[in-house]
Design a protein around this ligand. Structure first.
Ligand SMILES: C[S@@+](CC[C@H](N)C(=O)[O-])C[C@H]1O[C@@H](n2cnc3c(N)ncnc32)[C@H](O)[C@@H]1O
Length: 300
């Protein structure tokens, strides 16, 4: 059953694209791209044959990736809700934001608080093409084309400085993006530079692809993906936990996705009517998903 928790091959809710025409002349659709591969796994329509081919090959090695993409998106939605509702955050910087989908960060946050301001950052020009069309309907949401590996460029961007008040708490979202930064030093330094620029009381939410002893399936999938598309790196639990060094963990901190929850707030897996990405009813399904996630606060 498509998109169902019921048996068979779970979460098979893919559909084909309506058009194969590139949305802008400078967009090369012949090469697979991370944003479009992920869009395919989420059941979106901003993907092309080259993306689908890699996405399908990856699925053959790691069939739970469809579920993983959905759980990852669920983590993002739950985090934004918690940050807006429980932590009182009004400013979000979403790096590696991906292609617009249902329940984008600004929609989730502004549903809770109309004055939420959101900066989307992605280094894929296609994201900008689609984001420009979909996200600029209000003056509290902007999209910039920039790279997480150059965090100062993001911080110095005039549009970002115009929208974000860096004297007030900010939520920094880096969900399923840090595993695209191969070099450990660059990845840790980028996160540190961004955190250092934010005031005390700000938050960081991270989801990251995980590898563990004996998971040859993950290593094979990573190699396959890296050869065909952008290189990715799955990190160990310890390596991923290091992104939260010097930060105050919220709830369980950085943990395997099956163990993540927001405690008393009971946001986890609950969802709300109308949610595009429904919660997972059976957490045991999550056990072998290659994903760590967590939220932490910047306290000085
Ligand atoms: C798997 S998608 C995640 C989308 C969204 N954050 C989510 O979790 O639903 C990863 C996104 O990160 C972007 N990305 C990859 N490397 C990046 C980098 N160095 N700087 C900015 N964005 C990057 C890709 O273009 C893609 O849109």
């Amino acid at each position: 059953m498509p998109g169902s928790d019921a048996g068979g091959e779970p979460y098979r809710f893919l559909r084909t694209t309506e058009t194969e025409t590139a949305p802008a002349p400078d967009i090369d659709t012949s090469k697979p791209h991370a944003a479009r591969i992920y869009d395919y796994w989420l059941g979106g329509k901003h993907n092309y044959a080259a993306d689908r081919e890699v996405a399908e090959q990856f699925l053959k090695t790691l069939p739970k990736t469809l579920l993983g993409a959905r759980v990852n998106r669920r983590f993002l939605i739950d985090s934004v809700r918690w940050l807006a509702q429980e932590a009182g955050i009004r400013q979000f910087i979403d790096i590696g934001s991906g292609l617009p989908t249902q329940q984008n960060v600004h929609e989730v946050a502004q549903e809770i608080t109309e004055d939420a301001r959101v900066v989307y950052v992605d280094n894929d020009p296609l994201v900008l093409v689609h984001a420009d069309a979909l996200l600029t309907a209000d003056d509290r949401t902007i999209v910039i084309n920039a790279d997480l590996r150059d965090p100062q460029r993001i911080l110095d961007d005039p549009a970002v400085r115009n929208l974000i008040d860096f004297s007030q708490p900010v939520a920094l979202l880096m969900v399923a993006v840090l595993h695209f930064i191969h070099d450990d030093k660059v990845a840790y330094d980028s996160v540190k530079t961004l955190c250092d620029a934010l005031p005390s009381g700000s938050y960081v939410a991270i989801a990251h692809m995980l590898t563990e002893e004996g998971r040859e399936d993950i290593d094979t999938a990573v190699k396959l993906y890296s050869k065909a598309s952008t290189p990715i790196v799955a990190r160990t639990r310890e390596q991923i936990a290091r992104f939260f060094d010097r930060l105050t963990p919220i709830g369980p901190g950085m943990v395997h996705v099956a163990d993540w929850s927001l405690g008393d707030a009971d946001f986890h897996r609950r969802g709300r009517p109308g949610d595009a990405v429904m919660p997972i009813d059976d957490p045991s399904l999550l056990a072998d998903i290659a994903l760590m996630c967590g939220i932490a606060r910047i306290d000085r």
